[in-house]
Design a protein around this ligand. Structure first.
Ligand code: AP5
Length: 217
């Protein structure tokens, strides 16, 4: 199974990728999580990405493409969360797949409106260790502000403040949305109404994977 989860900030890519990883035992490759972990460890890569991430801008393609190429070479099956985010990255992904003799099976486009995005991101909390996302109202942790998996205190992401959220949405509309047509033209795009609750969105994804013969219900 080689899936891309695509959608605006806050559409639920990370949330659904986590569920899919658990259920299908397929590795999730989340670019945001990889970059945040590199940053927490103060690696060269993390420090290079820092200023872009804090401003809500895309990290330069050459940095990101190298990370993805390595991850794909190590994982035959994957759920890609947060890549590609512009046409250059989409074309580069085609090249990597050709080189590795792989094919992307489906691109799942999680469609949400701007109001939902802002509501979700302003109330999001994440685990600093495993990256699991929570929502103070929609999806609170089981125990007060502690990650269900790691039992450590949840934090608010630095880029989840109103100004940076606004900039991330601008970047999405300008640079990422054109990818929708790129994959539509390849007959790989599946659009899902991602304003519904987490379980319904997951069921919709599962239905599409079953229809595509990627998962037997
Ligand atoms: P990244 O971490 O990927 O951020 P993003 O794309 O802005 O997406 P988010 O993580 O904010 O949202 P999500 O869609 O995963 O939603 P989530 O499941 O958390 O990237 C961060 C930065 O890294 C970028 O800005 C950029 O600088 C850099 N970067 C990353 N990839 C790059 C690339 N390819 N090229 C260049 N730079 C790159 O859910 C959000 C909230 O909503 C949570 O609170 C959750 O609990 C809640 N929620 C989720 N689903 C539902 C639901 N169905 N109902 C109710 N609440 C829900």
């Amino acid at each position: 199974m080689r899936i891309i989860l695509f959608g605006p900030p806050g559409s639920g890519k990370g949330t659904q990728a986590e569920e899919m990883e658990k259920k299908y035992q397929v590795r999730k490759i989340s670019l945001g999580d990889i970059l945040r972990s590199e940053l927490a460890n103060a690696t060269d890569l993390g420090l290079k990405a820092k200023t872009y991430m804090e401003k809500g801008e895309l990290v330069p393609d050459e940095i990101i493409n190298a990370v993805v190429e390595k991850a794909l070479a190590e994982n035959e099956d994957f759920i890609l969360d947060g890549y590609p985010r512009n046409l250059t990255q989409a074309e580069y992904l085609e090249e990597i797949c050709n080189k590795l003799n792989q094919n992307i099976d489906l691109v799942i486009y999680l469609d949400v409106d701007e109001e939902t995005v802002i509501q979700r991101l302003s109330q999001r909390r994440v685990c600093p260790k495993c990256g699991a996302p929570y929502h103070l109202i929609n999806m609170p942790p089981k125990n007060d502000n502690l990650c269900d998996n790691c039992n450590i205190e949840l934090i608010q992401r630095k880029d989840d403040n109103p100004e940076v959220i606004k900039q991330r949405l601008i970047v999405y509309l300008k640079q990422s949305e054109p990818i929708i047509n790129f994959y539509k033209n390849k007959n790989k795009l599946i659009k899902i109404n991602a304003t519904q609750n987490k379980e319904i969105v997951f069921k919709s994804i599962e239905k599409e994977l079953t229809n595509a013969g990627l998962f037997a219900a």
